[in-house]
Design a protein around this ligand. Structure first.
Ligand code: ADP
Length: 395
């Protein structure tokens, strides 16, 4: 591969979120294929996507022989996978061992791999793990203070997620700082529907907010993030002895920005309800303000700021603070709201430079007197998957 060019993009969304689904933008002047078709299994979905790659109208390759390798984003690599790997039978069975750690995602990942093997047999496949970048976190930061046997016997520990994204934007930041990775102190804020921070010293991750599952840490679109664990018992009781599964569902799907605001999990809707102009992040004079929407955004910003403070303290300083993912790249209100209380740490945002939504390139929004570089970097998880796949497959 001599170019890092996106030939086409695609996604298959499940019917439950059809109301919110928007197809990716057109690439290469090809028309967008957007259709509601029954794709009951992952295998059928993969076949449908591969079929489109070679179709006369939407296709970007002549035939399937042009595919040299497939890279898969695998959500949980468990304790074993600290790097991307070529998928073979042994790796498949190790991934099956990870099902208990990510019961919602791993079976779907396995189905995707099996479906690709069947659709394009003999083509090498590579697994790129969302957890891998965080494998450098020290033991004292990843072992939970619960009975030790759960760590030793059941692999219960902090893993962290969004690793490909944190890795990509931290590498771009080190490039931007124009020096060696050694000596750099960076915090990356991946703020999307799911949200996590990573503390990165010398280019190596030393802590992250998500845990054994992506529920821990920051409040998110619909997830509570870290709360008093006793809430599980209390909420279950309040709902008439609700089962653990249903109680966890409340923390995963009915909480966070959505749970507090009652408006939406989508920050655009919540900002609009709070009387904020989403393009600039400024208050719309005279606009009605939904107080719960406003509070939900304040809670989110406060928790992100608090963790930035903690990570800066642990690293003994900060060179760069990076915003990425849907909210980080698009919400000037969130970026400013997070940074405002952090002036004491030398974090100052230039309001004019910050007043933009979405970008294809790195944007430096640091204020003139900011001691810390404040950057917005569009993440590119697909590119990291392609890099690793190329490196492993070797052509
Ligand atoms: P994920 O990959 O975790 O599903 P994304 O990184 O794609 O999430 O982020 C999606 C979220 O980005 C949306 O739910 C929305 O809240 C947020 N978003 C996108 N554009 C804007 C915007 N202009 N202002 C505020 N939030 C935005």
């Amino acid at each position: 591969m001599d170019r890092e060019e996106i030939l086409t993009k695609g996604a298959r969304a499940c019917i439950e979120i059809a109301g919110h689904w928007k197809p990716p933008p057109a690439v290469n002047n090809k028309p967008i294929f957007d259709s509601d078709i029954p794709l009951p299994t992952h295998a059928e979905a993969i076949v449908a996507v591969i079929e489109k790659l070679t179709s006369a109208e939407y296709g970007v390759i002549k035939n399937l022989n042009e595919i040299n390798a497939v890279g898969h984003r695998i959500v949980h690599g468990g304790p074993r996978f600290s790097n991307s790997v070529l998928i073979d039978d042994e790796v498949m069975s190790a991934l099956e061992d990870c099902i208990t750690l990510a019961p919602l995602h791993t079976p779907a990942n396995l189905m995707g791999i099996t479906a690709c093997k069947a659709a394009i047999p003999g083509v090498p496949q590579v697994a790129v793990f969302d957890t891998a970048f965080h494998h450098t976190i020290p033991e004292y930061a990843y072992v939970y203070p619960i009975p030790y046997k759960y760590y030793v016997e059941n692999n219960i520990r902090r893993y962290g997620f969004h690793g490909t994204s944190h890795r990509y934007v931290s590498a771009k930041t080190i490039e931007y700082l124009c020096g060696p990775a050694k000596g750099t102190k960076i915090i990356t804020c991946h703020l999307g529907n799911g949200a996590s921070l990573a503390a990165i010293e010398d280019g190596i991750c030393i802590d992250t907010t998500m845990g054994v599952t992506p529920l821990e840490g920051l409040p998110m679109g619909t997830r509570s993030g870290s709360v008093d664990p006793a809430l599980i018992e209390i909420i279950s009781g309040l709902e008439g002895d609700l089962s653990i599964v249903k109680t966890m569902n409340i923390l995963n799907k009915e909480s966070g920005v959505y749970g507090v605001s009652g408006v939406s999990f989508d920050f655009r809707d919540v900002e609009t309800a709070a009387g904020i102009k989403i393009l600039t992040g400024s208050k719309i004079p005279g606009a009605p303000v939904n107080e719960r929407a406003s509070l939900a955004l304040d809670i989110f910003n406060y928790q992100v700021a608090k963790h930035i403070g903690a990570y800066s303290a642990i690293m003994g300083g900060l060179d760069a603070l990076v915003f990425t993912a849907g909210v980080g790249e698009n919400s000037p209100y969130t970026r400013l709201g997070i940074c405002q209380p952090l002036k004491g740490l030398g974090i100052i945002v230039d309001r004019v430079k910050n007043a933009f939504r979405g970008t294809d390139v790195l944007v430096d929004i640091s204020g003139e007197n900011s001691k810390v570089k404040v950057l917005v970097i569009p993440t590119n998880e697909e590119l990291v998957i392609a890099w690793d796949t190329m490196a492993i497959v070797g052509h």
